[in-house]
Design a protein around this ligand. Structure first.
Ligand code: SAM
Length: 378
C-alpha cells in the first residue's frame, strides 16, 4: 500500500490479537527470523528484522519499518493488527474486568480499540455468574461501520462485540434497559488528527482508517501565498489536520484553526457528558490523536467541572490508580492546559511524534467514580 514506505524513524507497531493467537506463538512463527532488541531506537533505525516487545502495553511489539507486515498470513488472518502504540493506550487504560459489566465503544470504526477491548475481556479468566460482558460498538457513519464490521469479523470478535451501525452515540439512551449494566465506556471521538502526520505530511504508520489515496498528499491551496520568514501578516505555521477518513487539510490561518478546534472540542465535551450519564458506568477513557490542548486537557477539565460529572461523582483516574505500564509512561499532560492542576495534568497521558519513542501524537485520560473500581491493580 501507499503506507509501505513509512518514515524510517517510525517502527511498525503490531498488536498481537489475543482473540486469535498468543505472543509466544507469533514469536515462533511470524517473527521467527527476528532479532530481539531492547530499545525502540534499534527498531526504528534498522531496515533489518529487529523486534522490540513493548514495556508498557501487553501483547504489543514493534518491528523494523521495512518489514512487509501486510503480506504475512498472520496479518491476513487477523492474528496480528497494525496499531500504533499510543492507540493501544485507551483500551488498556480502561482495563475492563468481567465483573464491571458491559463496555461501550462510542465511536468505534475502524475498530482497532473495539477489537482490543474484546481481546482484553477474552483474556480475563475469572468468569462471574450470568452472561459474559459484551462490547457495544457504535458508529455513526455507515461506510465506516462496514469497515468496523469487517475488522471485527477478521479479528474474531463477533461473539463479544455487538455493532450498531449508523448509530449516533449521542442518541443512545443511557437509561435504556440494554445499557443498564454498562460499566465502562471508551470515547475516541473525531478530532483534529493533528497528532497523526509528521513534518513531511506523511502518516508515520499504516492506519486502517486511512483508505484509498487519502492520507498521503495534504490538500494545498496552490494560489495561496507561501508564508515567508518575517511576513508581518503571516499566520501560524502550517497545520495539517486529518479527518476520520484520513483526508488531510492544510490550515494556514490561526483563526481557522481555532474555529475548527472550538467546534471539535464542543462536540467532545458533549460526548463526555453523555457518557457520564450511564447509570452503572464506573470508568471512562477519553482519547484523541490530537496534540492540541483545546481537545485534550481543556476538555477533561471542563468535563470534570460539568454539573453531570459533579452530580454523579465522576473524578479523574489519578496516575497512581492507573494500570501498570500506563502510570510508568513518562509523558504526561500540560499543567498550564489543566488550569494549573498538577494532579489532573499528571493523570493525563500524552505522546508526541518525533520524540524518539516511535509513536504518533496522542492523548488519553480516564475518569472514574465510586472507589470500588478506582484501583484495579493496586
Ligand atoms: N476508535 C477507532 C479506532 O481506534 O479504530 C477510531 C475512531 S475515529 C477517531 C472516530 C469515529 O467516530 C469515526 O469513525 C466517526 O465516524 C465516529 N463518530 C463521530 N461522532 C460519532 C457519534 N456521535 N456517534 C458515533 N460515532 C461517531
Amino acid at each position: 500500500t501507499a503506507f509501505a514506505q513509512a518514515s524510517p524513524k517510525y517502527p511498525r507497531w503490531i498488536r498481537i490479537n489475543a482473540l486469535k493467537t498468543t505472543l509466544d506463538h507469533q514469536l515462533k512463527t511470524t517473527f521467527k527470523d527476528f532479532t530481539r532488541v531492547h530499545a525502540i531506537g534499534e527498531v526504528s533505525s534498522a531496515v533489518s528484522h529487529n523486534l522490540y516487545i513493548d514495556e508498557h502495553v501487553p501483547n504489543l511489539v514493534a518491528v523494523s519499518p521495512g518489514f512487509e507486515v501486510l503480506k504475512t498470513s498472520a496479518y491476513k488472518s487477523g492474528a496480528i493488527i497494525l496499531q500504533d502504540k499510543a492507540s493501544c493506550f485507551p483500551a488498556y487504560l480502561l482495563d475492563p474486568r468481567l465483573e464491571d459489566g458491559h463496555v461501550i465503544d462510542s465511536c468505534a470504526a475502524p475498530g482497532n480499540k473495539t477489537t482490543h477491548l474484546a481481546a482484553i475481556l477474552s483474556s480475563r479468566t475469572v468468569v462471574p455468574e450470568g452472561p459474559p460482558p459484551k462490547v457495544f460498538a457504535f458508529e455513526r457513519n455507515g461506510h465506516r461501520a462496514k469497515t468496523l464490521e469487517n475488522m471485527v469479523t477478521l479479528a474474531g470478535g463477533d461473539e463479544i462485540i455487538d455493532i450498531t451501525p449508523k448509530q449516533d452515540f449521542l442518541k443512545v439512551d443511557p437509561d435504556a434497559k440494554l445499557y443498564q449494566d454498562v460499566g465502562c465506556l471508551l470515547l475516541d471521538p473525531s478530532c483534529s488528527g493533528s497528532g497523526i502526520v509528521d513534518r513531511e505530511g506523511l502518516p508515520p504508520i499504516h492506519l486502517p482508517g486511512l483508505t484509498g489515496s487519502a492520507g498521503l498528499k495534504p490538500e494545498r491551496n496552490q494560489n495561496r501565498k507561501r508564508k515567508r520568514k518575517g511576513d508581518k501578516d503571516s499566520g501560524p505555521d502550517e497545520q495539517i489536520l486529518v479527518d476520520d477518513d484520513g483526508k488531510q487539510t492544510v490550515i494556514t490561518s490561526e483563526q481557522e484553526l481555532l474555529s475548527r478546534l472550538d467546534t471539535l472540542s464542543s462536540f467532545q465535551f458533549i460526548l463526555l457528558q453523555h457518557a457520564f450519564k450511564f447509570p452503572s458506568a464506573r470508568r471512562i477513557t477519553y482519547s484523541t490523536c490530537s496534540v492540541h490542548s483545546q481537545e485534550n486537557e481543556e476538555v477533561v477539565v471542563k468535563a470534570l467541572q460539568s454539573d453531570v460529572a459533579k452530580a454523579r461523582g465522576w473524578r479523574i483516574l489519578t496516575r497512581d490508580q492507573q494500570v501498570s505500564g500506563m502510570k510508568e509512561w513518562p509523558v504526561r499532560g500540560s499543567v498550564d492546559a489543566a488550569h494549573g492542576n498538577e494532579t489532573i495534568a499528571d493523570a493525563c497521558i500524552r505522546t508526541y511524534r518525533d520524540d524518539g519513542r516511535g509513536v504518533m501524537g496522542f492523548f488519553v485520560a480516564a475518569f472514574v467514580r465510586d472507589g470500588s473500581l478506582a484501583s484495579h491493580d493496586a
